[in-house]
Design a protein around this ligand. Structure first.
Ligand code: UD1
Length: 430
């Protein structure tokens, strides 16, 4: 088991390059098998979830060639299996994107049913509703979800709740259905737009992605493409929060500033200054942090995936802040870990009431999931003394070379794999 050991107290300063968006890349890789021609996907983040998705594609018979750390060729012409193993869905929920991709291309797919997860119950009723509306039979039994259709036909689908996953899954299947599909109350997240752009570059006819009505005219088949994934708005936001927490000054490069608007707005309210450039934002925090109120909402609202990182920042802001989590019901588990570092946060139902403390103190804490893990690292960077974050495999699912990028910004952080290495780091920094 690896851990991050952090000696807090250094302001993060300098420049950081943001990697490709994990959540866009996961869906794009699934969609890449929808043609028999070879697709090139660039700007893939080099993180665990992406490697697992590439393995899942190989496992069903696609030819996957990793050209370099950030580029893969995928050829779906050799797929011989329409069933995705439980091992994959257990590791990454996003392997359910293969349902939409395989259903569209082969009119049949089977994936183990994703269960709940640490941040809450994660139903897939809207995915099912969409597939059924396209004419598929959906069977859920023996822990599997099977979708089959003799014909897939365009349909009018109203999503009862805004869902990124259901919007993307249905959009993929509908891209190869007969006729026109309209998805209403669609998710507007940047990665929904990126997947639509990717499919369009393969010959699909999808309009309106990024608004709440997506119109898809099915095409008979898709063709090869060469596509670069958008930058990761959550990785960028995480570094922006690290700047706020440590009172630093960082130019966050290779971003689309528009995608960061909600995060930027809240950091400004909390006392940061932000300068926007074409493909970069500079975050400066040289004054006191002040309290603010946040509610997570679907895009363009404040992202739930940026909730723990911002809570870690507000834990050190003057006054009382509130953070309301409106997307997932169980996303405050990490608060107990933050409390071990001195945070004063009380969770009532889906609201965290945060009474700002002057600063955190280093402690040994455990990452309960990906974004919460990142939040604990942020707290550790700001804390007095040494913080050890265990279970960092969660963090490695979604952050490429997190410790390396932070070190470049002047943070004292090391990835260790045993007590001996932890002791060595402590001696070095003492
Ligand atoms: C995606 C992201 C995840 C992010 C989330 C919300 C990926 C791989 N994951 O997850 O990081 O936190 O969007 O921005 O892109 N819901 C239903 N029925 C469904 C589907 C969803 O009720 O069939 C509910 C969920 O329980 C949740 C809400 O809709 O309350 C939003 O979930 P959704 O947008 O689907 O999240 P994911 O796509 O799973």
């Amino acid at each position: 088991m690896e851990q991050f050991v952090i000696k807090g107290g250094n302001a993060v300063c300098g420049e950081v390059e943001i990697s490709g968006a994990k959540n866009a890349a996961l869906a794009i890789l699934a969609a890449a098998i929808m043609t028999d021609e070879t697709v090139t996907v660039e700007n893939l983040p080099d993180v665990r979830d992406i490697n697992i998705m590439l393995d899942a594609l190989s496992d069903i018979g696609a030819v996957v060639e990793r050209v370099d750390r950030h580029t893969a060729h995928i050829n779906g012409s050799t797929i011989g299996q329409l069933s995705v193993d439980y091992e994959y869905i257990k590791k990454i929920r996003a392997s359910y994107y293969l349902l939409g991709a395989l259903l569209g291309k082969y009119r049949s797919a089977e994936v183990a049913l994703p269960g709940g997860c640490v941040i809450g119950s994660r139903p897939i009723d809207l995915h099912v509703k969409g597939f059924k509306a396209l004419g598929a039979d959906v069977d859920i039994s023996y822990g599997l979800i099977s979708v089959k259709a003799d014909r897939l036909t365009g349909s009018h689908i109203y999503m009862d709740k805004v869902s990124v996953g259901a919007t993307i899954n249905v959009m993929m299947a509908a891209a190869l259905a007969e006729g026109k599909t309209v998805i209403e109350n669609a998710a507007k997240e940047p990665h929904v737009v990126d997947v639509a752009n990717f499919l369009n570059s393969m010959g699909a006819n999808i309009r309106g992605a990024g608004t709440d009505v997506i119109r898809i005219v099915g095409v008979e088949k898709l063709h090869k493409t060469d596509y670069s994934v958008i930058p990761d708005q959550i990785e960028a936001g995480t570094f922006m929060c690290a700047v706020a927490a440590t009172r630093g000054d960082v130019l966050v490069k290779n971003v689309i500033p528009k995608h960061l608007e909600a995060t930027s707005a809240k950091l400004v309210e909390a006392g940061c200054r932000i300068q926007e450039f074409d493909d970069a934002v500079r975050v400066i925090c040289d004054g006191p942090l002040v309290h603010t109120q946040i509610t997570t909402l679907p895009y363009p609202g404040y992202p739930t995936d940026m909730q723990p990182q911002m809570t870690a920042v507000l834990g050190m802001a003057e006054g009382t802040s509130t953070v309301t989590e409106s997307i997932f019901e169980n996303r405050f588990k990490y608060v107990d870990e933050l409390a071990r570092m001195g945070a004063d946060i009380q969770v009532e139902s889906n609201i965290a009431i945060i009474r700002g403390v002057r600063g955190y103190t280093g402690a040994r804490v455990c990452a309960p999931d990906l974004r919460a893990g990142a939040a604990l690292v942020i707290a550790g960077l700001a804390a007095d003394g040494i913080t050890i974050v265990d279970d960092i495999h969660y963090i490695q699912r979604g952050y490429e070379n997190f410790e390396g990028k932070l070190r470049q910004l002047g943070a004292q952080i090391e990835r260790t794999c045993c007590e001996k290495e932890i002791q060595k780091f402590m001696l070095q920094v003492s």
